[in-house]
Design a protein around this ligand. Structure first.
Ligand code: CA
Length: 218
C-alpha cells in the first residue's frame, strides 16, 4: 500500500517515513505543498499523510485542490495545530482523520490501516480469500489454518493483490505498492515474488494477464 507523506520538517519526515516503511507501507515523501499537488496529479497513492504548515502551498490548499478534482483518496492530517477550530476545518475540508503531533507511530499506522480498510469498503481487519487470510496489522498470513512465512516484499505484493481482488493490477501499480521512489526495483523482482507466492499458495491463486498485469480473481 502506497502512502504519500507530505511533511516539511526533515527530522520528523525521516522518522515518519522510516516508521511507516517499518509498518509495511511503501512511502514517498514530499516536503512542500506544490510538490504534493504535482505528485498527487502524476501518480496513484492509496493514502496521504498531510501536514498543514507547509512551504509554497498550505496543507489545507493541497486538500482543497485534491477534493476539487474529485479524488476520494483517504487523507490523514498530521499537524501541530491542536485547536478545535483547525480540526473542524480540516475534517470539514475533506480530510478523513486528524492527528496532533507528536504522534505515536503505532497509532498512526493503525489509523492508516483503518482508513485503507474503509476506503476499500471493508470493515473486517483481515483480508480473506478462500483458505487464505492476511492480517495487515500483525503482518501474518495463514493458509488453510497454518501460518505461512513471507518476505516483506512477498507480503506487500500479496496484500496489494488481495486488496484489489477482482481487479487487474498493472506491473507498474504493483511495483509502486511495494517500492517507494528511493528504491529502484530489479527488472525481474516482481516475477520472482509472484513465483514464490504461487509456490506457497498454489499456481492458480494469482493469474497473469499477459502484457497487462496480475490479478487475484474474486
Ligand atoms: Ca510543517
Amino acid at each position: 500500500m502506497r502512502i504519500l507523506l507530505i511533511e516539511d520538517d526533515p527530522p520528523l519526515g525521516d522518522g515518519l517515513a522510516a516508521g511507516l516503511r517499518q509498518a509495511g507501507f511503501a512511502v514517498d515523501w514530499v516536503r512542500d505543498g506544490e510538490s504534493a499537488v504535482a505528485a498527487l496529479a502524476a501518480e496513484r497513492f492509496d493514502l496521504a499523510v498531510l501536514d498543514l504548515g507547509l512551504p509554497r502551498l498550505s496543507g489545507m490548499e493541497v486538500l482543497k485542490r485534491l477534493r476539487a478534482k474529485g479524488s476520494a483518496m483517504p487523507v490523514l492530517i498530521l499537524t501541530a495545530r491542536d485547536a478545535t477550530t483547525d480540526k473542524i476545518a480540516g475534517l470539514d475540508g475533506g480530510a478523513d482523520d486528524y492527528l496532533v503531533k507528536p504522534v505515536d507511530l503505532d497509532e498512526l499506522a493503525a489509523r492508516i490501516r483503518a482508513l485503507l480498510r474503509r476506503a476499500a469498503g471493508r470493515a473486517a481487519p483481515e483480508l480473506r480469500h478462500g483458505k487464505l487470510v492476511l492480517d495487515p496489522a500483525g503482518h501474518r498470513v495463514e493458509f488453510d489454518g497454518q501460518p505461512v512465512e513471507l518476505s516483506a516484499r512477498e507480503f506487500a505484493v500479496l496484500h496489494a493483490l488481495l486488496a484489489s481482488a477482482g481487479r487487474v493490477m498493472t506491473r507498474g501499480q504493483l511495483e509502486q505498492s511495494i517500492y517507494g521512489w528511493s528504491e529502484e526495483p530489479d527488472s525481474n523482482a516482481l516475477e520472482v515474488h509472484i513465483h514464490h507466492l504461487r509456490r506457497k499458495f498454489g499456481a492458480e491463486l494469482i493469474k497473469t494477464l499477459r502484457g497487462v498485469g496480475y490479478t487475484i480473481p474474486k
